[in-house]
Design a protein around this ligand. Sequence first.
Ligand code: ARG
Length: 574
Amino acid sequence: MGVKTFLENKLKEVFIKLGYNESNATLSFSDREKVDFQCNGVFALAKEKKQKPMDIANNIVKNLTTLSDICEITTASPAFINFELKNNYLSEIANKLLLDDCVGIKKIEHPQKIVFDYGGANIAKPLHVGHLRSAIIGESLKRLNILLGNTTIADVHLGDWGLQMGLIIAQLMDDYNLGFYFSENVPKFEITEEILDIIYPKASNRKKTDEEFYNRASDITLWLQQKKFGYYEIWQEIRKVSIGMIKRNYRDLGTTFDLWNGESSVNDIVPEVIDIFKDKKLLYKSEGAWIVDVADDNTNEPMPPAIIQKSNGAQMYTITDISTIYQRENKFKPDKMIYITDNRQTLHFKQVIKCVRLANIVRDEVEIEHITFGTVNGKDGKPFKTRDGGTFKLGDLIDLATNKALDKLKESNKIDIPCRELAKKIGISALIFGDLANVISKDYIFDLDKFLTFEGKTGPYLQYIGVRIKSILNKANLTNSKIIVDSAQISKIILAILKLNYSYEVAYKENSLHGVCLSLFDLASAFSTFYNDVKILTESDEVKKQSYLSLCKLVLNALTLGCGILGIDIPEKM
Ligand code: ARG
């Protein structure tokens, strides 16, 4: 149990004893001088009881004497109850944290099995800035879930089966000789990343004006879904080349998946799923297409019908997602399925989830949650674009961050031979922290200069502090691991770790890691204040020195663990 919960429980006992509404017995962390936790629930109580707030506060404090060994409890006007932990208690906590591999992080009581669907890259199209968010957010939420004890299955769910595939194949066939895929006597034409790079934008623009091309691409999409010879083989080749490219991007970001499935992976079960809808009389024909009516009579929310199958029989985005849910339910029997996409997909997932519930495709108790994120904007407040107005490719963005980090390293002469590998680690940490430090549902402004400063709320700052600590520990000989909390600076550090640990619980509830980012920053800056004030390595009192070194180790453990959840790697040097 965390310290905050422990104190809250004690507070609750007193509230119950005094006949006060216990829901007001909550504490929050406080940054004020000599206040570690604060209860501000007395005001609500005073209103309810029609008593003077300060009288109630004093009465509560009088009854909290059992805590006098571990904290100082005082009231402050108008009616706050303040808790300050005593140094001996903080020392005890610190030494427990030091011995724990999880640095005191509390596990979930009833662990769940959760399928995570994020990434969502489309094959044959380069990943772009939007995919950055899905990858970073999805990966960190998955890691957080693992840390807290859940079992996770992460699926990249590639976009590999829709009209875009027909468009790409049609354009490739127009521009190159793909005869090899249809007959044995033609030499093989190598489909490369470079070719794919130019084909999709070309096809996508052409479909807007060229009706014949659009119709041909639609036919090819259908033939592909029927696995017609030649088309299916071209598609397999495109998929193979493209996945190489996609994996590279994800690897750079530290994003990993257990499953490399895609929309195509459910092609063969779609008819079975459609039959479920037919049997339950949920499917209607409308203007040639098969649809499910998903409007909810109880709400006024507009909900257009979900289109399940096109008039030509081709499968649509909705049915692939429904079928994927069906497949995941049967294969993994998960407790929960979590989707992470940008907020433009809200309607799509509402329709999918409604269809799934109508047709009882998963057990009622399975939660299906759609987490949405906002847009990455430029400094002008509009979606972040390249100088000529194009969409930023993810690979280019990573290069940009890496190059900037390299310049900074050179500038500050922080390292003798600036190395690209290190710069990449720093660049990626800038991108990750710059993203995750925002509430995920909100848009944010992409400002690489800001993300890359070495002193401020940034990923590189966390790395910098981590590296400093590593260098201290490398130079010293830590023999006796015992932390003595005997100064305000040290107690601030221990409290920052407690706050960080609590931030994981909040992040888990809110599905957003912004609080973890801020708590990591607070911990790093608390350590920095301490580090600037004391001489660790030259401390002559050996007991003190060992305590400092143990504290360094504890902070490094907490930072490494927290940064690891975000996907930030602390280098050896910087
Ligand atoms: N491929 C889609 C896109 O880029 C995102 C996929 C999201 N996940 C899902 N299960 N539909 O728009």
